[in-house]
Write a protein that binds this ligand. Structure first.
Ligand SMILES: O=P(O)(O)OC[C@H]1O[C@H](OP(=O)(O)OP(=O)(O)O)[C@H](O)[C@@H]1O
Ligand code: HPA
Ligand SMILES: [Mg+2]
Length: 187
């Protein structure tokens, strides 16, 4: 039992489901990128860190191309549960991405504001191609249309935590994805 189990109202995606879906997404990406000689995975910190770690290893195991890992940190949520719409770069790419095949590795597409901004940014840096793999998407919360080629789970418009996703910087280490009890927000 983790300390956090008592704060969770219900689990919506189990550890096993996360593992299965990650393997499935990795197989699709490996098949689609079979003819490229390398892929640059861009992880959007901090939420996507667990998914990046698992997805990149899975991609290697299923015969994907060699990858390089890059990390960007942007923030649009701050402490709350709704996007401010204002995206700030907290950590930029370390290297030039011009001419590279890029896959953005995101944990969740909610309003789409973060990703929409990020895709424009990456395209302006002359990547050869840019695709997105997002583990979760909330179809009913989308405010701006964003092309997400690979989606793990479509989930309802509820605030979720776990597997990297936080509420006020907590619950990222929860190994499953769940909904918090209402009283947690009143603390
Ligand atoms: O589609 P959107 O409404 O823009 O929401 C999605 C983004 O919001 C979260 O990041 P957050 O700003 O909370 O930073 P974090 O990953 O460090 O928690 C999440 O990890 C996505 O990057
Ligand atoms: O449902 C969510 N949970 C945690 N972080 C998020 N960022 C966007 N949507 C979410
Ligand atoms: Mg967050």
């Amino acid at each position: 039992m983790g300390w956090y189990d008592a704060d969770i109202d219900r689990v919506i995606i189990t550890e096993e489901e996360l593992r299965g879906k990650t393997a499935e997404l990795a197989k699709q990406v490996a098949a689609d990128y079979a003819s490229v000689d390398g892929l640059l995975l861009v992880c959007v910190l901090k939420g996507a860190v667990m998914f990046m770690a698992d997805f990149s290893r899975e991609l290697g195991k299923v015969g994907g191309p060699p990858v390089e890992l890059e990390f960007m940190a942007v923030s649009s949520y701050g402490q709350g549960t709704t996007s401010s719409g204002v995206v700030r770069i907290l950590k930029d790419l370390d290297r030039d991405i011009a001419g590279k095949h890029v896959i953005v590795v995101e944990d969740i597409v909610d309003s789409g504001l973060t990703l929409s901004w990020l895709l424009k940014y990456l395209e302006s840096r002359s990547a050869k191609s840019v695709d997105v793999v997002a583990l979760f998407r909330k179809p009913e919360a989308i405010k701006v249309p964003v092309p997400v080629k690979y989606v793990g789970f479509d989930i309802p418009t509820e605030f979720v935590v776990g597997y990297g996703l936080d509420y006020s910087e907590r619950y990222r280490e929860v190994p499953y994805v769940g909904i918090l009890k209402p009283e947690v927000y009143q603390r």
